[in-house]
Design a protein around this ligand. Structure first.
Ligand code: SF4
Length: 328
């Protein structure tokens, strides 16, 4: 796959706690091609954000224990690179939009200073060029009164406006990959769809690859080229939209689809998924979904199923599909 820009292979990560190391990501595999929109979905606590942060080693060093696997960005394994090299990539080739713009922007600095900082730090051009680019991008994301906004502080603007600014800021260095971690979930619902459409337009216009993190499987169904479903630190299903949304195989994906309002069916009766996502200290032996799965069998409690291809490029980890054992 020559146009693959990010490939995560057999990646496992623990978080160091006072109670010991907890397995938060287990044997994660996924890839993104240039210009592709890939969504990672699952309930809160499934490991999506940890996964997104760990690909550029954004987790605090004293907490993250990189156990195994590779994170290949344009063929380079980021897990083996020095902090200095990763810093050159982060905010430059790979940039992030976070959930809460009020906390991702510094309240003590004007928008202009925050927007041009990365551009200058990554030697993309002069201060004048940085300000020109900031002006252009603010216009592109629909900000008016640009000169006034550049002089403003974050607390002088609404959440929707700040998230537009965060999107513009993330594009300052012309990234190859944009990681958007629940970028609309802290925003007023009336603004959410505008922001989503904007992201989608920018992705198409700039041939950006997007890794989009969301708990809302219905929302991602109309945005994504492919969808990966995560549950309790594991990737449980992966495929294109038709495969995952129209023909879901994993019982967790099926349950998620019943729990969120469908964009195709206004009369859908919602069915909450019983129970909670277990914490990494309480993952059951075998399949992590066992305690909530209506189709659980005895073998599900003995070992974990492996993610494997069932048809075309549709991958599922479940013993219902003759899953191979991935260990405990
Ligand atoms: Fe359910 Fe078993 Fe499949 Fe896990 S492996 S999702 S418990 S049927």
């Amino acid at each position: 796959m020559t146009d693959t820009i990010l490939e995560v292979k057999n990646f496992s990560l623990d978080l160091r706690t006072e109670a010991g190391d907890l397995p938060v990501l287990s044997d994660i595999n996924f890839y993104i091609k240039r210009g592709e929109f890939l969504s990672l979905v699952g309930e809160s606590g499934c490991g999506k954000s940890v996964c997104a942060l760990s690909i550029t080693k954004l987790l605090p060093k004293k907490l993250a224990v990189y156990k195994s696997g590779e994170v290949l960005f344009n063929g380079t394994n980021l897990l083996e690179e020095s902090s200095a090299t990763i810093q050159k990539i982060r905010g430059n080739d790979i940039s992030y939009i976070f959930q809460e713009p009020f906390s991702s922007l510094n309240p003590l600095h004007r928008i202009q200073d925050q927007m041009i900082e990365g551009f200058i730090a990554h030697n993309k051009g002069s201060k004048i060029q940085a300000i020109e680019k900031a002006r252009y991008l603010l216009g592109r994301v629909g900000i008016t009164d640009i000169d006034e906004r550049l002089k403003s502080y974050p607390n002088q603007m609404s959440g929707g406006m700040l998230q537009r600014i965060s999107i513009a800021m993330a594009l300052m260095c012309d990234p190859i990959l944009l990681v958007a971690d629940e970028p609309t979930s802290a925003i007023d619902v009336t603004i959410q769809s505008q922001l989503i459409e904007l992201l989608f337009e920018l992705k198409r216009e700039m041939n950006l690859s997007v890794l989009f993190i969301s708990h809302d499987i219905a929302l991602v169904s109309y945005l994504s080229d492919r969808i990966n479903v995560m549950y309790a630190g594991c990737m449980v299903e992966s495929g294109n939209v038709e495969q995952v949304i129209d023909q879901p195989k994993h019982p967790y994906t099926q349950a998620l689809l019943k729990a969120y309002p469908s964009i195709k069916d206004d009369n859908q009766d919602l069915e909450p998924i019983p129970g909670m996502v277990p914490s990494p200290s309480d993952y059951p032996k075998g399949c992590h979904f066992t305690d909530r799965c209506v189709k659980a069998m005895d073998e599900c409690r003995l070992s974990k199923p492996k993610l494997q291809i069932t048809d075309a490029s549709h991958e599922v980890s479940c013993f219902l599909y003759g899953g191979q054992n991935a260990g405990n």
